[in-house]
Design a protein around this ligand. Structure first.
Ligand code: ARG
Ligand code: ZN
Length: 471
């Protein structure tokens, strides 16, 4: 049986749509999505559901060119909207028609479609572009590292503007097809599953698909000469790892660490619940940097992470982010503790399992090693400010806060929360306040003061509130 309900409101809305809109009803989308730390990040007025990037990269010249096709929906009546992008643009089409475009500032691309977009309308946006990512930087910051054999896009909080136009903020996640053609003998690595690899006329095209919502900064590209290993985890998840052929002395330790990805992801699944994606792995390009990044399903590791020998702890940290950061993403960058506090705490749990010190011992150590006048305690992990977004305190004091929570509510509720939260918020966004409310709901306790002490005070919590004695 087919029943149709006619709601007066819906009827009224459809009548309204029939009235031709005047130009005054359309306004430009905001040039930022409203992030408290990074006002220019992301944009207002539309939502992207899918990115299709079809690119060519020549390592010898650092020239990246091709087409980005974005599937978008207007969330307001739009006369104009912005994308975040740093390379030069040749042409923009909106729903097949040429659109006017202009650069504004260093990384805003203003697009004026031939016909304004109505709220709720879908718009396919095609951007044709070419440029050298190494020639773009913002106040000395670059997310692109050129290597002797290629280049890598991996940085936080921004990396997309170096290689594709986007709504560059974790609030607007989308699925991705990334297809990159490189000279034969060179590989292109990205997120998700390799759909195809085809060679002709001296060029090989690698086509990758990431089929779950993915933040723009977690979308990565690495071009270079890699050794690639493939396997499946005990749970049947496909693993693809890639190692630059040029890792020198670090090659052994890098492999001895990253090849443990399957073991680590299975262990983390026991703590955090089912792994949220359909592929996993890591890559180690021959970059000079020292950091690692939780690029979705395919973690970026700098070779220097392995300079002192194997470092499974960093593998644990970056894979923990697949739940805490990638599947459940921040609402705003001030919520960074939801990423780094939990990824750091997972390293303590791993240490405990490996017999290298319990989480409690590591918490006591961090508490003791920083005296009260150490500037470490002036950073508030719950709102560290953009200048301290990746300060040590966000990680270590952030993990201390979780040990304090564990001691307050007990292991049963604590581990129920560690597993329940990624399920509750899978593929979405959350704030620190959302997490506090969730922890209060699961534990039945009032936890505001505890989180205020550990996350929001610019001073060392008193010994009485230290994790060890709070038990
Ligand atoms: N989320 C990354 C990690 O903790 C941090 C990357 C920070 N970026 C940097 N250049 N240090 O693994
Ligand atoms: Zn991290």
């Amino acid at each position: 049986m087919h029943r149709r309900l006619i709601v007066p409101g819906v009827l009224a809305a459809s009548l309204l749509l029939a009235v031709p809109a005047s130009a005054a009803d359309f306004a430009p989308g905001a040039p930022g999505i409203g992030d408290a730390y990074y006002p220019a990040s992301g944009n207002g007025g539309y939502d992207v559901s899918h990115y299709d990037l079809r690119l060519t990269y020549q390592p010898a010249t650092d020239l990246l060119q091709g087409t980005a096709t974005l599937l978008t929906t207007a969330t307001q009546n739009l006369s104009r909207f912005n994308l975040d992008f740093g390379l030069s643009v040749d042409e923009v089409l909106v729903n097949g028609k040429k659109a006017a475009f202009a650069k504004s500032g260093s990384q805003e691309l203003e697009i004026t479609p031939a016909t304004p977009l109505k709220q709720g309308q879908s718009a396919t946006v095609v951007v044709r572009y070419a440029g050298k990512p190494s020639s773009f930087s913002v106040d000395g910051y670059t997310a692109w590292q050129r290597t002797p054999d290629g280049g890598v896009a991996a940085q936080e909080p921004d990396s997309a503007a170096w290689w594709f136009p986007s709504n560059d903020h974790p609030l607007d996640k989308a699925t991705f097809d990334v297809s990159v053609s490189v000279p034969d003998g060179t590989q292109a690595i990205s997120n998700g599953v390799l759909q195809s690899q085809t060679s002709k006329l001296g060029w090989t095209r690698y086509s990758w698909r990431s089929n779950k919502p993915q933040a723009t900064y977690l979308t990565t590209l690495a071009v270079g000469r890699f050794d690639i290993t493939t396997d499946t985890t005990a749970n049947g998840l496909p693993i693809v790892n890639a190692y630059s052929k040029d890792l020198g002395d670090n090659a052994g330790a890098a492999r001895a660490s990253v090849e443990r990805t399957g073991e680590v992801v299975d262990w983390l699944s026991g703590v955090f619940g089912p792994y949220p994606f359909n592929a996993v792995g890591g890559y180690v390009p021959n970059v000079p940097s020292g950091f690692a990044l939780e690029t979705q399903t395919r973690v970026f590791y700098s070779p220097r992470q392995f300079a002192r020998g194997s470092n499974v702890s960093v593998v644990v940290h970056e894979l923990a982010h697949q739940w805490y950061g990638d599947s459940v993403s921040v609402k705003g960058w001030k919520d960074i503790w939801l990423n780094e506090g939990f990824a750091s705490y997972s390293q303590w749990l791993w240490s405990e399992k490996e017999g290298e010190g319990t989480a409690q011992e590591l918490a006591d150590y961090v508490y003791a090693v920083h005296p009260a006048d150490d500037p470490f305690w002036t950073v508030k992990p719950g709102d560290p400010g953009p200048e301290n977004q990746f300060a040590g305190a966000v990680y270590d004091r952030g993990a201390l806060a979780l040990q304090a929570l564990r001691n307050r509510i007990g292991d049963e509720d604590f581990f129920a929360i560690l597993k329940g939260w990624p399920a509750e918020r899978a593929y979405g966004n959350a704030s620190v306040a959302d997490f506090v409310a969730y922890a209060e709901r699961v534990s039945g306790e009032r936890l505001g003061p505890l989180f205020d002490t550990w996350l929001f005070q610019p001073s060392k919590p008193a010994a009485g509130s230290a994790p060890a004695s709070a038990a």
